[in-house]
Design a protein around this ligand. Sequence first.
Ligand code: MRU
Length: 367
Amino acid sequence: MNVGDTHYTTIWLNADGRSVDIIDQRWLPHEFRVVTLSSLDAFATAIRDMWVRGAPLIGVTAAYGIAWQMREDASDAALSKAYDILHETRPTAINLRWALDAMRATLDPLPEGERAAAAYARAAEIAAEDIEINRAIGKAGLEIIRKIAATKKPGEPVNILTHCNAGWLATVDYGTATAPIYLATEEGIPVHVYVDETRPRNQGAQLTAWEMAGHGVSHTLIVDNAGGHLMQHGMVDVVFVGTDRTTAEGDVCNKIGTYLKALAAKDNNVPFYVCLPSPTIDWTVRDGVREIPIEERSGDEVSLVWGKTAEGKVIQVRISPEDSPAGNPAFDVTPARLVTGLVTERGVAEASAQGLLALFPERQAAE
Ligand code: MRU
């Protein structure tokens, strides 16, 4: 997508042909900074400390981390070690393991001398695939928006609520939950987006709002607690969110607070769609609540907030007593029964084992 007049993806190969450039998302929306990753440790830190985040982008960054390591040392031992270091960075998003496994499947059979070139090629392929997948998700989600728009009075916007950032910043480009929004906007369908996740990390306030503003999409930032109220008053036509891991039975793990949005949507008959690339499906997991590991992040993300002062300095301030401990589960699980549909690159599936297998029949044999 564009930043000003310049087209950006969130990650790209540096001109030196081996380092990788990323948008350092910790500084948005106040500062647009690009950082070059040129050590395995830098790739791991960028994922762990959320310079990059969003399930698909984490996977692509890890893939390039493996590629970097293959230029340094392409031995089996170095490959295994890089896999483990990158895999440990964040536990919940399954795309990380998917991308690392995809890299290993390519590299394991190759002699050491061929591994570096093959690794960069495979990482680039995973990045390109992500863009294609998100375009396809966008087209499937656009159908949903078109149908709602057809029920509206001329000029009346389709009101969409999205939680956290499943936007282009969370992927290589387009985003998952935002792809239908961008396509609808391109098509001239009026949309209005309610943006939340104003705690613990303000990803809605900092990232999704920045994306919407940057692409001229009409939007309103709301606090996390406001969604249910808006739904009760008929102000939300549809919810689109992303996911970090979806089970074989259609449970969805996403940013903390997603479950509460889904409950409110169910209670108010608001359709609740989850947009996901197929690498986000963990076919080995059935019961999301019991089986998906939920990352517990530092309580500092709850006790402290980042912001920009009137003088233009980006600073962090404390909002709670020094001696109040804070808990910070980063994700929650929305059971399949609360999900209207799973919007994938192959179309919209019912959130159930049968629904997913109907779209991905090749998994039937694998199960
Ligand atoms: O706190 P974050 O930025 O790690 O949360 C990200 C999300 O929850 C996204 O919705 C998810 O990774 C899906 S991205 C397409």
